[in-house]
Design a protein around this ligand. Structure first.
Ligand code: SF4
Length: 519
């Protein structure tokens, strides 16, 4: 670390790679210093997929280089730097001691624990610290708080409609939703009848900076899960913009129709693959939405596809982030369904004879990626209905996906997938039997289990666990109107049928490594 003092020390975290943040932080090139730190800790607890670690570090190094070229003074601590203490707090303390700044500034981190660590380090060093609201998001934490406060339920669809109106996206001149409907989800549930003929998605092979990051990660963190040889993620804004163009031209037109479909060996289908670029802030949500709407205006993509995509960006993504900050610290620890099962080893190895799980996990191990239906209705659904602890599966999602950061992972996992927040994110649990997976893809045809059976050696585990889940939670959901029809099927079961399912589910949990779900 050099000794020339700084007026302001500005923190740029690994998911804050938009150059416009420097304006937000009101920095002065002549007096201020930017601190960027690579730490092993961020990849160790929980263990991070090697591609996730490489994406963050490579994008950070590219960003730092671009800022240096523009004349900014950057203090950059690499993973392989012998003096690296490998904690944000340690490196911040070292920088404060060396640069003696009058203050430390940063953009609000997307993780409560990172925020606390930084604040404590500043407290210990006796330096004033201030946070700025993240301008990347289209709905600030205050705006979300105002929308949410006093509501009995936080319904994403209502939030989304407000966003459409406020931002003027897919609205007619007389204030109506484009096409007359707010939501075209009912058109977006097609499955493939045969192997789909998919467009090739643009990929980005490692450049020299990424290759050096890969070497550094292999040296400092040799045991990270996942494959690195399939790395193809955008790590610069230029690459991210190319990925956006590629999606809008090649895949957006069919994105809506097949957004819930699954197919063996096809990990990307018509999905955008833009979430890591958005979450690293290489792309801005407004430009992404504008590109999709422009394709609709030009007659190049249908409304059901564009509306479905727009809803993901200005609806779901902003809603999830709003929930994370609105609900506050402790949200991650919720366990409303009181499930304490272990995360089976096959989540880390992909070795399972359940074909849907094997395929979904292979995609994660190969690419640090799974599309939203594989995440919610296969790996998430399995965790929910088998009784895995929400904290164990939340850690797995946080570590294993290239786009994972606490603000996005916690509400999606603890809330939406696991219903462990007691219904804040979803008004009913996303529990499904093998029938749903069979309807939306071709996994069941080659599976050793029988998707039509509920109990027995060959029964689909999703069926056994689904019915066991409903039996276990019958009382809990008896007043939930959205569960009434489903629970009627449980009410019709006689005592012997219930016992058979419960005993089968317990045996299956033991065999698959979930174990007891009691705390
Ligand atoms: Fe998955 Fe069950 Fe279908 Fe096998 S039969 S692929 S375990 S849903």
């Amino acid at each position: 670390m050099p000794t020339a003092n700084a007026r302001t020390l500005a923190l740029i975290l690994g998911d804050q790679l938009d150059a416009s943040y420097l304006d937000t932080l009101e920095l002065d090139r002549d007096q201020d210093v930017i601190l960027m730190v690579e730490v092993t800790h961020a990849s160790e607890a929980p263990p991070s997929h090697v591609q996730r670690t490489v994406v963050f570090l490579s994008a950070m190094r590219h960003h730092a280089e671009a800022l240096r070229e523009k004349g900014w003074r950057i203090e950059y601590v690499e993973l392989s730097d012998g003096a690296n203490t490998h904690s944000f707090a340690g490196e911040l303390g070292r920088a404060i001691e060396s640069l003696k700044p009058e203050r430390v500034v940063g953009v609000l981190p997307g993780s409560f624990s990172v925020r606390s660590e930084i604040e404590e380090a500043c407290d210990e060093s006796g330096v004033e610290m201030s946070w700025h609201e993240d301008p990347h998001f289209l709905c600030s934490t205050d705006e979300f708080g105002k929308w949410a406060s006093g509501r009995k339920e936080l319904i994403m669809e209502y939030f989304y409609r407000e966003q459409r109106k406020r931002l003027g996206v897919l609205m007619t001149d007389d204030g109506k939703p484009e096409g007359g409907e707010w939501n075209y989800d009912k058109s977006n549930r097609k499955a493939f009848k045969s192997a789909p003929d998919l467009p090739h998605a643009r990929t980005f092979r490692p450049d020299d900076i990424t290759k050096r990051v890969i070497e550094d990660v292999a040296g400092a963190l040799p045991d990270l899960p996942g494959r690195i040889d399939m790395f193809e993620w955008p790590v610069t804004r230029r690459e991210a913009l190319a990925a956006l163009r590629d999606f809008v031209e090649q895949r957006l037109p069919c994105f809506g129709d097949f957004q819930d479909a699954m197919w063996t060996g096809e990990d990307k289908l018509y999905h955008s693959m833009l979430s890591s670029s958005l979450n690293l802030k290489l792309l801005n949500p407004r430009e992404v939405v504008d590109a999709a709407v422009a394709a609709y205006d030009a007659g190049e993509a249908p409304l059901n596809a564009v509306e479905g995509f727009v809803r993901q960006i200005i609806g779901w993504r902003e809603f999830i982030r709003g929930v994370y900050f609105y609900e506050g610290e402790g949200y991650d620890d919720r366990n409303a369904l009181e499930q304490h099962g272990a995360l089976p080893d096959f989540y880390w190895t992909g070795e399972t004879d359940m074909r849907c799980m094997g395929e979904s996990l292979r995609s994660v191990l190969d690419r640090a990626y799974g599309h939203h239906i594989a995440r919610l209705m296969v790996t998430g659904n399995f965790a929910l209905i088998s009784g895995i602890s929400p904290q164990a599966i939340n850690d797995w999602y946080l570590g294993m996906y290239v786009d994972a950061i606490n603000w996005v992972t916690s509400p999606n996992t603890v809330g939406m997938a696991m219903h462990a927040d007691g219904g804040v994110v979803g008004t009913k649990p996303y529990a499904a039997s093998g029938k749903y997976i069979d309807r939306m893809g071709n996994y069941c045809k080659g599976c050793r289990y029988d998707v039509k059976q509920r109990t027995g050696e060959d029964a689909c585990p999703f069926n056994t666990f689904y019915w066991d889940f409903l039996i276990r939670n019958q009382d809990r959901f008896k007043n939930n109107r959205r569960m009434t029809m489903i629970l009627k099927n449980v009410e019709r079961m006689d005592g012997d049928q219930r016992v058979e399912i419960t005993v089968s589910a317990d045996k299956l949990r033991d065999r698959l490594g979930v174990g007891s779900i009691k705390g």
